[in-house]
Ligand binder design. Structure first.
Ligand code: AMP
Length: 499
């Protein structure tokens, strides 16, 4: 199968594809479209960036076009579940794009915005509903939505859904769906717990896979630079002064870390914005829009916020902090080198993070080449670095009263592996600023019955959730001996994005 025209997709869908300039299907599309058009269940292993949204959206639109009927009041014909707001928005946009010559309605609902407008949009029923689980449950509980007439269910990024603690919401949602339905299940990774969930929800599914579990995108050139914590900001500032770096995603493990990095960049005149769970929905959307249109070339993000962000031509990914979950590394660097482009992923690694680096290399089964400090970069002395760090620590995070330490907690095990055995801020996804009450990445308040939900569904040693990596009670730390940045110089600063 080499052309979209070979599938027998409905004409209006083909026309929209032609307009988008898509001729041949990506590998996941080549495998998924035909069986999904026939109504088969699918179990797909695919990351964002592989074209997986079209892999389910195109056959769904085709099937809706073949069986036109009105959605029931307060109901939907297709339900797509997404773990995050950003991904939900993107999926809905894709449905609008591919379905532009069809008259189906689609709506996206997620938390963090007023519910009444969403209720209004659902009142007469919609054909396609894209939702995050929390807000979906809220709407059902308010009787503004019923799932009794769902014909097709899509569960996107199932692994992320579980990592974020949505398992209970998910189980309740699936129970409300008709037994007779088509289910399409996608996950970037397929550990045992996800596979067993797929088993429960799918009937004789066709298995499709593109990126083998935990392999990194081939077109991404990777390197790691050893740098002590106090040198990271200066190193980043130095790197980003290079105008050849056109559009860069910088990852931090924590929300406050992301804000700190943005402040550090702004101090040296580099315009950057942060995107994470303490930002309001409009703030996130503005940051994303500026990044997309090129008016802001540096976006600093946490894992959850960045998950699913589909921005073309991200030339560089910089891991300011290494993630404590190897799969997150794979997801992060998958933000670059999308849709056929090449990209460069640079990871900063301090002494504490060397254990993470080993985990990542073991999981991806590849050694990440070590890069040296770029030419002309002199790392700050340990004393300077410690002074800077202490000045930052003394600065109260935004929205916090002076004197109140963020997430203070008495027990913190010094010397433990970062991200393990310590208390971490926020149990239920990202914290919304100010309230101090945990909330979820979709921005919805936790439903009553899932409050106090055991976190056993999360990975024991830190999930993808950024809250896992956020140490409580960050306190001024004495500088530790760190890596010196030794390694071979590969002169990447001279290169633009790979071509
Ligand atoms: P996704 O994995 O769904 O996030 O898609 C990644 C990117 O690939 C999006 O920008 C899509 O618009 C684009 N894309 C999807 N299918 C194709 C295709 N067949 N040919 C070229 N680009 C595509």
């Amino acid at each position: 199968m080499t052309q979209f025209t070979d599938f027998g997709l409905a004409q209006p869908v083909l026309r929209a594809l032609e307009e988008a300039g898509y001729k041949s299907p990506t590998p996941i599309q080549a495998q998924a479209i035909a069986p999904a058009m026939q109504g088969r269940d699918l179990c797909g292993i695919a990351q964002t960036g592989t074209g997986k949204t079209a892999a389910f959206a195109l056959p769904i639109l085709h099937r809706l076009a073949e069986t036109p009927r009105r959605a029931i009041r307060r109901g939907c014909r297709v339900l797509v579940l997404s773990p995050t707001r950003e991904l939900a928005n993107q999926i809905a946009e894709n449905f609008s794009d591919y379905g532009k010559y069809l008259s189906f309605t689609n709506t996206v609902v997620f938390g963090g915005v007023t519910i009444s407008r969403q209720e209004k949009a659902l009142a007469n029923g919609v054909d396609i509903l894209v939702a995050t689980p929390g807000r979906l449950m809220d709407l059902i509980e308010r009787r503004s939505l019923t799932l009794e007439a769902v014909e097709i269910l899509v569960l996107d990024e199932a692994d992320q859904m579980l990592d974020l603690g949505f398992i209970h919401a998910l189980k309740r949602i699936v129970k409300m769906l008709p037994r007779e339905r088509q289910s399409l299940f996608f996950s970037a990774t397929m550990p045992k717990n996800i596979a067993s969930l797929a088993d429960q929800y799918l009937r004789d599914p066709v298995q499709v896979a593109v990126t083998p579990v935990a392999t990194t995108a081939e077109r991404v050139t990777q390197e790691v630079i050893f740098a002590h914590t106090g040198a990271k900001q200066a190193l980043l500032n130095h790197i980003l002064r290079d105008p050849a770096i056109e559009r860069v995603l910088v990852f931090t493990r924590t929300k406050h870390g992301a804000d700190r990095v943005v402040r550090g960049l702004e101090k040296v005149g580099i315009n950057a914005s942060a995107i994470h769970g303490n930002k309001s929905q409009p703030q996130r959307e503005r940051a994303l829009a500026a990044f997309k249109d090129g008016s802001c070339r540096v976006l600093v993000a946490t894992d959850i916020a960045a998950r699913g962000i589909d921005v073309e031509a991200v030339s560089h990914v910089i891991n300011y902090d290494l993630p404590n979950v190897p799969e997150s590394y794979v997801h992060r660097i998958g933000r670059t080198a999308r849709a056929g482009a090449n990209g460069l992923a640079i990871s900063f690694c301090n002494d504490e993070e060397k254990a993470y680096l080993r985990d990542i290399e073991r999981t991806t089964r590849q050694k990440i080449p070590v890069g040296a400090f770029p030419e002309g970069f002199t790392p700050p002395s340990r004393q300077e670095a410690a002074d800077n760090a202490q000045a930052e620590e003394r600065r109260p995070p935004q929205g916090q009263r002076p004197g109140q330490r963020q997430g203070q907690r008495p027990s913190s095990r010094p010397g433990g592996r970062p991200g393990q055995g310590r208390g971490f801020e926020g149990r239920g996804g990202e914290n919304r600023g100010g309230s101090g009450r945990p909330s979820r990445p979709d921005g919805a308040a936790r439903p009553q019955e899932s409050r106090g939900e055991p976190r056993g569904d999360r990975r024991p040693s830190g999930g993808h959730g950024e809250n896992r990596g956020e140490p409580r009670g960050e306190r001024p730390r004495a500088p530790r001996p760190q890596g010196s940045g030794e390694g071979r110089a590969i002169g990447w600063l001279d290169r633009g994005p790979r071509s």
